[in-house]
Every structure is written in C-alpha cells, then in structure tokens.
Design a protein around this ligand. Structure first.
Ligand SMILES: Cc1cc2nc3c(=O)[nH]c(=O)nc-3n(C[C@H](O)[C@H](O)[C@H](O)COP(=O)(O)OP(=O)(O)OC[C@H]3O[C@@H](n4cnc5c(N)ncnc54)[C@H](O)[C@@H]3O)c2cc1C
Length: 391
C-alpha cells in the first residue's frame, strides 16, 4: 500500500489529523492496534477548551459538541468550608465544553467514513522504518494475520504513550523529561445526575477530589489515592463516603447525590515530554510526545493543538513543496506543550496532598490567591480555558 501520510494510532490526534489533511486533499491511511469499538468506548478525557471547539467549528465538526455538549463558564475551587467560583468568561472571555472523548472519537470516525478514509484496525507488530530517508514506511500484521507494508511520504506517530513511534527517534537525538507523582486518581463513572452545574476541584486534608460530569445523567468523579492503590480496596460505598467527605456533602446545604457506579479505574499520574517532535520524516503528535497529569484537563486538548499545527505544515510540505512549517513544527508545538506541562503540574501540586505540612500551607495560600485576586484568577482561567493554538 502507498499513501502520502501514514498515521499510527486512531485516537483523537490520529483521527483529527486525517480529517484536517483530508479536507486539504492530502491522503492518509490510519493504522490502529485496537478494534474500532474499543477505541470509541474508551473512557478518558471530557473537557474541551475553547481553542479545541473553535477548531472543530472551523472544520465543520463542532455541531454535535454544540448540540450534545454542555458549555461551562468556569469551575469551582474549594477547601473545607469555602467554595469559590471562577468565571472564565468574565475573567478572560473564554469558556470550556463538557464533551466526552468517546463522543469526539465517534464524531471524528463518522466524518472520516464520510470521506472514505482508509483504516486498518486490530493490527499488531507495528514498526516504522527508514524515517531518516525520503521513503519511510510502516509494517504491521493486519487483523487477518497477513504482514503488510505501508509506504508513505511521511509517518506520523499518534500512537499514545505506549506506542512504538516515540522510540523510533534515535537515542542520540531524543531528550526526555519525566515527573512521576506519588499519587494516582481513582476515576469513577456513575449513573447519577451531577450534583453541581460546573466542575468542583476540592482541596481536602484527606486528598484531592474532583466532581466532573459527562451528561445530565452521568457523573464523572475522581479521588486522589496512593500511587500503588488497588481498585479492590475501594468498594463503591468507600468511594462515595470519601467523595462526600472531600467534596463537602452537607456544607452550606450542598449535597452529593449517589448512584450506581458503572466503571472505576486507577489512573497513574505523570508528566512526560519527549523532544524533538520531528525526526527526519517521522512526526509525533499528542500523547506519543507528551503526557500530562489530568488535573488541568489538557491531554486531549494538547493532542488537538499539535495536529492543528501539524496538518497545515504537512499540507505545505506535501502539496506546495514548502518545508518551512514542517521544519518549525517541533519547536512551535513544544512551546505550548511546555506551557500546558507547567499548568498541569501547577494545578496538580496545588490540589493534591503530599503529606508535607509545609506544602499544605503553601497550597492554601495559593488557593486563596487564585480565588481572591483578579490577576491570580485570570492566570488560571487563561490556561484552563486554553491559550490560542500556536501560542
Ligand atoms: C487511561 C487514561 C485515562 C485518561 N483520563 C483522562 C481524563 O480523565 N481527563 C483528561 O483530561 N485526560 C485524560 N487522559 C488523557 C487523554 O485521554 C489523552 O491525552 C488523549 O487520549 C490523547 O490523544 P492521542 O490521540 O494523542 O492518544 P490516544 O488517545 O492514546 O491514542 C493513541 C492510539 O494509538 C493506538 N496505538 C498504540 N500503540 C499502537 C501500535 N503499536 N500500533 C497502532 N496503534 C497503536 C492506541 O490504541 C490508541 O488508539 C487519559 C489518558 C489515559 C491513557
């Protein structure tokens, strides 16, 4: 098989890239290790920043977000006995949208089907070759067990944090930064109406808690747990009791509604950046190049921002023989990656218990500042609602 752009991974980065390239007349083939049903059902992120929604609108993919998503003006930040609302629209003129990654993945898949996108799902043994030449290619075993070779002008690794593309960048040029946090998130999807109109981020001596949502009838809730925590130690009753305590059930008449837990899992928390995001004819986008802890709701949005920069760069390179944007891609994308890496680290370390009383005193001082100073609040709002793509 031959195509212009071989895309490894059918997550949000890979699917959106194929869409942005397709509308500009650049062909791609998307190859994916999992089945389509698995990819579309994977419960992950759920907050779209305003730049993400602007981009989806610009390419005609925003209709479902506006119809089925929920626009939020801001978030609540709280600690015992105090809850403050930060109104991002008042502060920086930008909002965020609650819209599940599952829905976005389905929308992107449907848009690609309408354009006749070529996919290969349920592949194995993916490997990239000859990225330092002008004739890179991808090999894999297809779902029928037949070995395949996909020749391309460029290969894009959108294969997440465990895919093979990042390690195809030779060690002599690759640089990585990593921070592993000493805690994890226990994430819960519950069939109960959210007990709040907008997300609640709660600092609490027992550990951080977050009340998020997916729809009018489905709540998404998180608890800080120890890094090595086992889901078996967390019965549904224990989860609800911890959420009630940390989110302030009973505080000023606010009540946390309980309901059946449909899904629960423990998510490790780490920051990771791998540079460069391009080597030869291999480009990296999304989680393949960087991971952030989910506290700032940035992972999915950063994947979108990467491909928003990469698509025009590949169009210029492959259709107009102009390599300038492609040559600048890694440096341009990394500026935003590091901004979001800092913001995600900052939100994480401001809200999670480390066990050190000095850290806790600093956190409370910081929380008071961002909830009472216009300048402090605007800084958080600008980063959370999303800086313009290309920042
Ligand atoms: C378990 C988990 C939970 C998360 N929860 C949240 C959350 O609650 N809130 C939040 O803001 N963010 C969350 N995130 C982050 C967010 O979902 C990611 O940042 C986002 O999915 C990045 O999109 P992507 O397309 O770059 O990568 P991915 O969505 O990871 O897509 C990569 C794709 O590549 C495929 N792939 C991997 N290896 C190969 C291979 N060898 N060959 C072919 N294909 C391959 C994978 O199957 C996958 O479909 C979570 C991430 C994870 C992993």
């Amino acid at each position: 098989m031959r195509t212009q752009v071989a895309i490894v991974g059918a997550g949000p980065a890979g699917l959106l890239l194929s869409q942005l390239l397709g509308v500009e007349g650049v062909d791609s083939v998307v190859v994916e290790r999992r089945s389509r049903a698995y990819v579309e059902a994977r419960i992950r992120a759920g907050i779209l920043e305003s730049s993400t929604v602007d981009l989806l609108d610009a390419v005609g993919l925003g209709n479902r977000v506006h119809a089925a998503g929920d626009e939020h003006r801001g978030i609540y930040l709280q600690w015992p006995h105090e809850r403050h609302h930060l109104d991002f629209v008042d502060l920086v003129g930008r909002s965020v949208w609650v819209y599940g990654q599952t829905d976005l993945t389905r929308d992107l898949g449907a848009a690609r089907d309408a354009h006749g996108q070529q996919f290969a799902y349920e592949i194995s043994d993916t490997a990239v070759h000859d990225i330092e030449t002008e004739h890179p290619y991808v090999t894999y075993r297809d779902s029928a067990g037949v070995d395949q070779r996909l020749d391309a002008d460029v290969v894009v690794g959108c294969d997440g944090s465990f895919g093979p593309c990042r390690s195809a960048v030779p060690e002599r040029v690759r640089r990585t930064w990593e921070r592993v946090y000493p805690y994890a998130w226990l994430g819960v999807l519950a069939d109960v109406a959210p007990s709040t109109d907008e997300l609640i981020y709660a600092w609490h001596p027992d550990g951080f808690a977050l009340h998020s949502m997916r729809s009018a009838t489905v709540s998404r809730l998180y608890l800080q747990v120890d890094a090595g925590a086992s889901i078996d130690d967390w019965s549904d009753a224990r989860i609800w009791d911890a959420l009630a305590a940390r989110l302030g059930h009973g505080q000023d008449g606010w009540e946390l509604q309980r309901g059946p837990i449909a899904e629960k899992s423990v998510l490790p928390m780490r920051s990771h950046v791998s540079e460069p995001m391009r080597h030869g004819r291999l480009f990296l986008a999304g989680d393949a190049a960087h991971i952030v802890p989910p506290t700032g709701a940035k992972g999915l949005n950063l994947a979108v921002a990467d491909v928003a920069l990469l698509a025009p760069a590949l169009v210029a390179m492959l259709r107009k023989n102009d390599p300038r944007l492609a040559d600048a891609y890694s440096e341009t994308a990394l500026r935003r990656v590091w901004r979001c890496t800092h913001f995600s680290w900052w939100m994480t370390t401001m809200l999670h218990q480390s066990g050190d009383p000095f850290d806790a005193a600093l956190q409370q001082s910081q929380l008071r500042w961002v909830t009472t100073s216009g300048a402090g609040a605007a800084g958080l709002a600008e980063n959370y609602a999303g800086l313009p793509i290309g920042f």
